[in-house]
Design a protein around this ligand. Structure first.
Ligand SMILES: NC(=O)c1ccc[n+]([C@@H]2O[C@H](COP(=O)([O-])OP(=O)(O)OC[C@H]3O[C@@H](n4cnc5c(N)ncnc54)[C@H](O)[C@@H]3O)[C@@H](O)[C@H]2O)c1
Ligand SMILES: [Zn+2]
Length: 381
């Protein structure tokens, strides 16, 4: 796969979900056209722009200006940045703002931000007056390639991530890749973990593209960024269209997340950010698959090399197996006490397998003994 045939000026991807179908538009400087796009969708009256303080500093004035020019009354709702904002308390604050501004059934909510803002705005839109239209304007890489597409919305509970929520599809997803220029490098790399995930689960050609273009991607080259955002959205859109409510096929999107979510929860959502935990999760779920004889060593080697080339972590944090296993069982995807894991068969194809505790422990012991060997070698040198 090469970047050259891609028309990077404008891309439209359709998420086919019957009456809930919508378009994902990808275009540089699309922020300037938000007003037109909302008008095209026949949004009327008031628009609540939910965002966080970081984004408000960069883009809120521009978005307000553009919406006002298109005739909308804009009500900005600015929340603190970070995962700790993804709570029912923030939802209550959004509800208060909407009631105070006399939002009606036909008013629109617009999520301007990363996955935290997108997830909580989508949920707020699902429950205010039993549902008002909402639009996603994702600004982080995670949000542009993953969270803004697919309609999973919600907030965290102190006992677990994403425990409260609803399926709620947006009316449109408006992606302006130019907003990525202000994204902190750590967040950018974290998003690349989800991009790599799409290559592993669905498209070896895309994985090769990432291997071959990692340098321009890391330098935020326009064509390469447009290509990875587009292909990631295409893959996610297709998988979501096949299984909107995650009864079957959609579960493959959880590659790297069984271990990833467990590590994230052990850090109290604070140590590793989501994409970093997923990076460690992907490499180790592949290594577990190799240990179980489900894939070859080459899969682990290529995946580890790409994750390292991006500058994402691969080392397993110092947790005991019992602690990890308990955290893995708290995952929402556990069914009747059995932990299911998405494992690669090769790059571009995965399957879902139940994990047996004794076999998983035996694999875990191999990582720890490899680490001990490495430490001894370093001491001898
Ligand atoms: N709904 C889904 O299907 C889905 C999928 C993946 C992740 N998620 C959720 O998404 C969240 C993670 O998303 P995230 O990584 O975007 O986190 P985030 O929303 O916290 O954004 C990360 C940080 O980057 C800042 N930021 C975002 N865009 C910026 C920009 N353009 N310029 C400057 N700063 C910017 C934010 O203010 C924040 O500090 C998690 O809560 C996760 O559960 C949901
Ligand atoms: Zn993820």
């Amino acid at each position: 796969m090469t970047a050259s045939p891609t028309d990077i000026s404008q891309q439209t991807i359709h998420v086919e979900l019957g009456t809930r179908s919508y378009a994902i538009l990808i275009r540089r400087n699309l922020l300037e056209a938000i007003g037109e796009e909302l008008t095209r969708l026949r949004c009327t009256g008031k628009v609540g722009v939910v965002t966080d303080r970081n984004l408000a500093g960069c883009y809120l004035n521009q978005v307000k200006r553009v919406l006002k020019a298109a005739g909308y009354t804009v009500i900005p709702i600015v929340l603190p940045p970070g995962e700790r904002t993804k709570t029912l308390r923030s939802i209550a604050m959004v509800m208060d703002a909407l009631v105070e501004a006399r939002f009606e059934r036909t008013s629109t909510l617009l999520a301007l931000g990363g996955g935290v803002i997108g997830d909580l705005t989508g949920f707020a839109a699902a429950i205010y007056q039993r549902g008002i239209p909402f639009v996603q304007v994702p600004t982080s890489l995670v949000a542009q390639v993953d969270s803004s597409v697919g309609g999973k919305t919600g907030v965290d509970h102190p006992k677990g991530k994403n425990l409260i929520g609803a399926f709620n599809q947006p009316r449109v997803v408006l992606i302006d890749p130019a907003t990525l220029s202000t994204l902190p490098p750590r967040e950018w790399k974290a998003g690349l973990a989800e991009v790599i995930k799409y290559g592993v689960i669905a498209d070896e050609g895309f994985f090769e593209y990432l291997e071959q273009h990692i340098e321009p991607i890391l330098k935020l080259d326009d064509a390469s960024v447009a290509q990875i955002v587009k292909r990631s959205c295409e893959i996610k859109a297709l998988i979501v269209s096949e299984d909107e409510r995650e009864s079957d096929r959609r579960r493959i999107l959880n590659f790297g997340h069984t271990i990833g979510h467990a590590l994230e929860s052990l850090g109290g959502y604070c140590g590793l950010i989501h994409g970093e935990a997923v990076a460690i999760g992907m490499v180790h779920e592949a290594d577990l698959a190799r240990h179980l004889g489900l894939c070859g060593e080459d899969v682990v080697t290529r995946l580890r090399a790409l994750v390292e080339a991006v500058g994402l972590p691969t080392g397993f944090p110092p947790v005991a197996f019992s602690v990890l296993w308990r955290a893995m069982q708290q995952d929402k995807k556990v069914s009747a006490g059995t932990v299911y894991c998405v494992v690669p068969e090769r790059i571009g194809s995965v399957r879902i397998v139940p994990l047996q505790k004794d076999k998983t422990r035996a694999w875990f012991d191999t990582i720890r003994s490899r680490e001990r060997d490495l430490a001894t070698k370093r001491r001898v040198r």
